[in-house]
Design a protein around this ligand. Structure first.
Ligand code: ATP
Ligand code: MG
Length: 374
């Protein structure tokens, strides 16, 4: 695109170092450092993608330098689950009962007033770190400790546990216009944990339900105040209707937007996002190449990784978009309790639901990860 790119990462060996015209070592959560770097290079645009951790810092930069983007208050509503729930409630959007607490005694009171089952989660983390479903009151204290440890600010939410099918909806926001890129249904892990195992786009919803999902997405984007960039909203289809789990002011992680959505839609979503960030009009005209897409997380028993084979064969199967492994030979895999501990994922596209499921199965069988019990 002819852009000069400044990349920050706290890790000086990050893959991004090779991609950057200028690399600066800085933690993405350190807004002062990011702002100093942005001023030094007099940047024309700033984006935070794929992860919540940089959303606040990017908002600080865009507000201070008068660049297109979301402001700091919007970034707070999009990354702090309490402010997010408050904004939705104030806009008249149905939300589960929720209490913000910082001490275990208040968590106990909140759980009692809501009634079991409840979800206990940090107010400001992601990848389901510290999120526990609590059916039995005896487990509440442990769940509170787990959430508190994972909370950046020390705040914890105790929420009514909604029941139903989960999904997420990915959008590209351009002022008043919300371009929906796709929405999925999910397979989740077994309780008490809460990470995703599989996403299939489009989700298996009938037309009225699909309309409700889009409507909720648009209402939440408005309530939170997001007027540009990518969004990733998670919802649950309950017996009472579609309810918000949370929304993020950035694209879905696990390379869903960069790779899966871009492949399905035949649009370079990241290039569109960058055009928007530098203040150019975006031309949103997808010409879908594939109707279905799957993201499947790999599952391995705990133990030491003894060998990995078949990776390039699996990755080169036709319509497999990519395989991303976060483990290597010699690593010890523990029990997975949150999304960041999953050993990897694969993405595939196709023209039917059964086709993408079969392809993911085949790629999974082709890839052989040997594990020896420790
Ligand atoms: N009130 C709720 N009712 C039912 N399930 C919930 C509720 N809140 C959270 N969950 C479950 O816990 C998961 C993680 O919660 P949440 O999305 O709020 O945290 P997160 O750390 O941002 O997770 P992730 O990054 O994995 O999406 C949700 O995807 C959902 O399965
Ligand atoms: Mg979530």
């Amino acid at each position: 695109m002819g852009l000069t790119v400044v990349i920050t990462d706290r890790d000086p060996t990050a893959a991004s170092v090779a991609e950057a015209d200028h690399f600066e070592q800085a933690d993405a959560t350190d807004a002062d450092a990011i702002l100093r770097i942005a001023r030094h290079y007099a940047v024309d645009a700033v984006i935070a993608e794929q992860t919540d951790v940089a959303v606040h810092s990017a908002a600080v930069v865009s507000e201070a330098l008068g660049l297109p983007g979301i402001d700091v208050k919007t970034a707070a509503r999009a990354t702090n689950k309490r402010l997010m729930r408050d904004a939705c409630r104030d806009a008249g959007i149905p939300v589960p009962r929720y209490h913000y607490v910082e001490a275990v005694a208040d968590a106990r009171r909140a759980a009692k007033s809501i009634g079991a089952p409840v979800v206990v989660k940090p107010v400001d983390n992601q990848s389901s770190r510290g999120v526990t479903k609590v059916r039995d009151g005896d487990r509440l204290d442990a769940a509170f400790d787990r959430a508190k440890r994972a909370s950046r600010s020390g705040g914890v939410l105790v929420e009514e546990m909604m029941e139903g099918t989960e999904g997420s909806i990915e959008s590209f926001v351009d002022g008043e216009t919300v371009h929906v890129m796709g929405f999925c249904d999910k397979v989740k892990c077994a309780p008490p944990f809460s990470y995703d195992l599989q996403l299939i786009y489009p989700g298996n919803y009938d037309e009225p339900m699909a309309r409700d999902i889009r409507a909720l997405n648009a209402e939440v984007i408005k309530a939170v105040g997001i007027r540009s960039g990518l969004t990733h909203a998670e919802f649950m289809v309950t017996r009472q209707g579609v309810r918000l789990i949370e929304i993020a002011a950035r694209g879905c992680g696990a390379r869903v937007v960069t790779d899966l959505m871009s492949t399905m839609l035949g649009v370079d979503v990241v290039a569109c996002r960058l055009r928007q960030a530098i203040g150019k009009p975006i031309q949103w005209s997808p010409n879908p190449s594939f109707r279905y897409g799957i993201l499947r997380f790999l599952e391995c028993p705990p133990g030491r990784v003894t060998h990995i084979s078949g990776l390039s064969d699996a990755a080169s199967l036709q319509n497999v978009v990519m395989i991303d492994l976060s483990v290597a030979v010699g690593d010890v895999i523990g029990a997975v309790e949150s999304g960041d501990q999953r050993p990897g994922f694969l993405q595939a596209v196709g023209d039917s639901r059964s086709e993408v499921i079969a392809l993911a199965d085949r790629a999974g069988r082709t890839l052989d990860i040997g594990i020896a019990a420790e």
